[in-house]
Design a protein around this ligand. Structure first.
Ligand code: PBG
Length: 333
């Protein structure tokens, strides 16, 4: 038998039972922290997404039903990602601001059925652009691709106005063009949409974790990659610079994306800025958990909660996650 240690400080006392652990718990997830991304398409049926098991591309009717189910589970915000038919795509992505397009119709349908749900829309050209890029593409004489920043920003402004006119609460530019937050703010204000918020993807990395999402929307770039606008995964200071500009241009909320592999960036932005901060647990993060759980190697419910708790602990106020509805239903309101 060993001697009792002379140990006046024993951190384990604060972990001795669930009630005490509850008292000292520093981070708590709430359903209201979670934002549910939803895919939609122009079809009467709801199709399972092969690259994202458990997710569907919803018809408008299916979408409304899913939003109502998310609401019942405690989710209070959704973000839409449309799959646009190839026939409607062109190099200038003009369908992105069609007032009768899929997204504006979805906004109106969801707002009519579930007015309390905050509707967030993604502002970027890739679903509408025949080149599959977030910006308008020009081919140089040598055959290289150039993404036209300022022309793209003008299109993004039209897209944001179209979403605002349809009733979006928050527009979320995910394109990473320079100057788009300021221009979108000015366009919204000039058209009577002062109340529409901007959630800026301030630090969006050129990440391989977006693979399953591009599979869901068939939105992968036709040529080249997104490295001239999305950020280099190696950079942290650059994220602060991007966020600083977005704050100065009038962003209401900032976002870091992806979330899990970029928790240091979440923490850095949390410490440097006062604005509410979102983090996006992206499709690859989702699929990795789903795949490992399918083979029984991890407990899906527990790993999902732990992954989200980690993101919140790093400093995110809100989390975009494909697990939102399911997790919200398991959390106390
Ligand atoms: C496109 C967009 C992407 C995602 C959200 N908006 C893909 C990309 O930038 O290529 C990815 C989300 C995910 O992987 O879950 N503007």
């Amino acid at each position: 038998m060993s001697e009792k240690l002379n140990l006046p400080i024993r951190p384990r006392r604060n972990r001795k039972n669930e009630a005490v652990r509850g008292l000292v718990r520093e981070t708590v997830l709430h359903p209201a922290d979670l934002i549910q991304p939803l895919f939609l398409h122009e079809a009467p049926q709801d199709d399972p997404i092969v690259s994202m098991p458990g997710q569907r591309r919803w018809s408008l009717e299916g979408l409304v039903g899913e939003v109502e189910a998310a609401w019942s589970a405690g989710v209070r915000a959704v973000v839409f990602f449309p799959k646009i038919e190839d026939a409607l795509k062109n190099p200038c992505a003009e369908e992105c601001h069609n007032p009768d397009g899929l997204v504006p119709r979805a906004i109106r349908a969801v707002k009519a059925a579930c007015p309390g749900m905050a509707v967030i829309t993604d502002v970027a050209l890739d679903p509408y652009n025949s080149d599959g890029h977030d910006g308008i593409v020009e081919r140089t004489s040598s055959g290289d691709l150039r993404i036209l920043n300022d022309e793209t920003v003008a299109a993004l402004c039209r897209q944001a106005l179209c979403h605002a006119a349809a009733g979006a609460d928050i527009v979320a530019p995910s394109d990473m063009m320079d100057g788009r937050v300021g221009q979108i703010r000015a366009a919204l204000d000039a058209n009577g949409h002062e109340e529409v918020s901007i959630l800026s993807y301030a630090a969006k990395y050129a990440s391989a974790y977006y693979g399953p999402f591009r599979g869901a929307l068939d939105s992968a770039p036709k040529a080249g990659d997104k490295k001239t606008y999305q950020m280099d995964p190696a950079n942290r200071r650059e994220a602060l610079r991007e966020a600083e500009l977005d704050v100065a241009e009038g962003a209401d909320m900032l976002m870091v994306k992806p979330a899990g592999p970029y928790l240091d960036i979440v923490r850095a932005l949390r410490e440097a800025f006062d604005l509410p901060l979102a983090a996006y647990q992206v499709s690859g993060e989702y699929l990795m958990i789903k795949s490992a759980a399918k083979d029984g190697w991890i407990d899906e419910e527990k790993v999902v909660l732990e992954s989200l708790l980690g993101i919140k602990r790093a400093g995110a106020d809100m989390i975009l996650t494909y697990f939102a509805k399911e997790v919200a239903g398991r959390l106390p309101l």
